[in-house]
Design a protein around this ligand. Structure first.
Ligand code: KIV
Ligand code: ZN
Length: 512
């Protein structure tokens, strides 16, 4: 199978559909990006369309590296062809691209020519273009497009016979556009296949698919597997109406199918952002590969799979690893009412805060309830919930004061519901003493584990330097984690115990 030949049409079909077509300096920026992507051919414009486009096509042709095919569009009209030859003829590899419709509908209602006349017009134009380009550049070549090829199902034999004569007249590339996407991919590729079978092998078959029904990528990719080597695509899918075939989607789809794609895929994302900015056509949130939301997972099942395969080349719920196209932002976990514990865990720990999966399970219903009201929670809101439900847990217990008396004896003051407690507890430190004091007061808990560290992340207004994590077990064997921060390590420990007690109480209430 031949390597695909990427023929970019952003500067012509894409440009002609912009609300404000590009000037030379804009075209130069896009042209540089196309060179970085390593495309094989660029259609730089339609030189006869305006003085500005003529000049732009000329400048770009002179900038083009030796290996690049530079193409200019022309109708089957001598003036257009002369204009194209004059503007791009000095490129190392110039190509004059002439086009004419051969669809019965368009020949009759738009061109006002009968098929015989249309055929003669096309052949004559191709001969003329061939002679003109060869006069100025021996490397020059001719591409002919059957505009509305997708509408030629009923007269395909006529089209093929015409194309044979067009090849004799000098064309070496035959482009088959689905100019308006009326033809479904399966039908279109059968037509492409038939042309391929009937045309000499030295001729390159090309496809150019518009995206009116959103199937242009499928049609282009499948056309390649049926023998169309030249693929006409546009950056960001720019082009008339709903646009042309999206360059990135075709390149990545072929890459994923094991085809050796001769473009630098890692330049895709950066290029897409620049094209969006320059064209003023924003990238749709859900645009495949490049959309801001194209790497987001919001349902628990997808988040779980995505996180389990995060660093793998193949991911559970993505077509590529984002780095393939130069995306640095990676998969994003959106927290909504549909989200799962693993995503909650991931977002909080990525923000630099301590959390266990057990705590994420505990937070999930609280987060779900908040998200049901407002939709996706911004990370700041998620962290607010986490702080208040982990570091500052409101409940029946309220820690008031910790005092050191003497000889390992501490005095702990707290409130439980409406009752105030002032209890002395003995132990080898405030944690031990506090647990003893609680047990004496009738609150039976067992210390399973505790640790302290100095956090890297600030906790709103806490001005904290010590962070405690306490694991307590209640009488039924249920384990709960309490956390706290305070300038005093002793108070951080005791506060963590009371946060754990409030969590324990809430869980008991929920169980009832
Ligand atoms: O869509 C189309 O048919 C075209 C031709 C000029 C190739 O853009
Ligand atoms: Zn087009």
């Amino acid at each position: 199978m031949k390597q695909p030949f990427f023929y970019d049409i952003t500067l012509r079909d894409g440009n002609q559909a912009l609300k404000k077509p590009w000037e030379l300096r804009d075209k130069k920026i896009i042209f540089e990006k196309l060179l970085e992507l390593n495309v094989q051919a660029v259609e730089v414009g339609f030189p006869a369309s305006s003085e500005m486009d003529f000049e732009a096509c000329r400048e770009l042709s002179l900038m083009a590296p030796n290996h690049l095919v530079v193409s200019g569009l022309a109708r089957c009209v001598e003036n257009d062809i002369v204009s194209a030859v004059n503007s791009i003829g000095e490129a190392k590899k110039p190509r004059i691209h002439v086009f004419l419709t051969l669809s019965p509908f368009h020949m009759k209602y738009v061109l006002n020519k009968d098929p015989k006349e249309a055929r003669q017009t096309a052949i004559k134009a191709v001969k003329f273009a061939y002679d003109e380009i060869k006069k100025v550049n021996k490397e020059g070549e001719i591409q002919f497009s059957v505009e509305h090829f997708g509408d030629c199902g009923e007269n395909l034999d006529f089209v093929i016979d015409t194309l044979k004569e067009i090849v004799q007249a000098g064309a070496t590339t035959l482009n088959l556009p689905n100019t308006v996407e009326r033809c479904r991919p399966g039908t279109f590729i059968k037509m492409v296949e038939k042309v391929r079978e009937n045309i000499d092998d030295f001729v390159t078959i090309s496809v150019h698919n518009h995206n009116d029904l959103g199937m242009a990528t499928a049609t282009t990719v499948e056309s390649y597997f049926t023998g169309a080597v030249q693929l006409e695509c546009a950056l960001n899918g720019l082009g008339e109406r709903a646009g042309n075939t999206n360059f990135y989607e075709v390149a990545v789809a072929l890459h994923n199918s094991g085809v050796d794609v001769p473009v630098d895929l890692s330049k895709i994302y950066e290029t897409a952002l620049i094209v969006a900015q320059m064209s003023k056509v924003p990238i749709w949130e859900k645009a495949p590969l490049i959309g801001p939301d194209a790497l987001a997972h919001r349902s628990g099942i997808h988040q779980d799979g995505a996180l389990k395969t995060k660093d793998m080349e193949k991911g559970a719920y993505r077509p590529i690893h984002p780095s393939l196209i130069g995306r640095k932002d990676d998969e994003k976990m959106g927290i909504t009412s549909q989200s799962g514990k693993t995503a909650i865990f991931e977002v909080i720990s990525n923000a630099g805060y301590p959390i266990t999966i057990q705590e994420a399970i505990r937070l999930q219903p609280i987060i779900k309830e908040a998200a049901e009201k407002v939709g996706e929670l911004p990370t700041a809101k998620l962290l607010d919930i986490y702080f208040s439900e982990t570091f500052n847990v409101k409940g029946d217990f309220k820690f008031r004061h910790l005092g050191y008396l003497d000889d390992g004896i501490f005095e702990i003051e707290f409130r439980y519901k409406n009752e105030e407690f002032k209890v002395k507890g003995e132990g080898n430190g405030p944690v031990d003493a506090c647990i003893n004091a609680l047990n004496q007061s009738g609150f039976k808990v067992k210390l399973l584990h505790y640790e302290q560290n100095s956090p890297d992340t600030d906790l709103k207004g806490a001005g904290a330097v010590a962070q405690s994590e306490i694991h307590l077990e209640d009488e039924t064997g249920n384990e709960v984690i309490g956390r706290a921060r305070h300038e005093s390590t002793a108070i951080a420990n005791v506060k963590a115990i009371f946060n754990a007690l409030n969590i324990m109480n809430k869980e008991k209430k929920n169980d009832k």
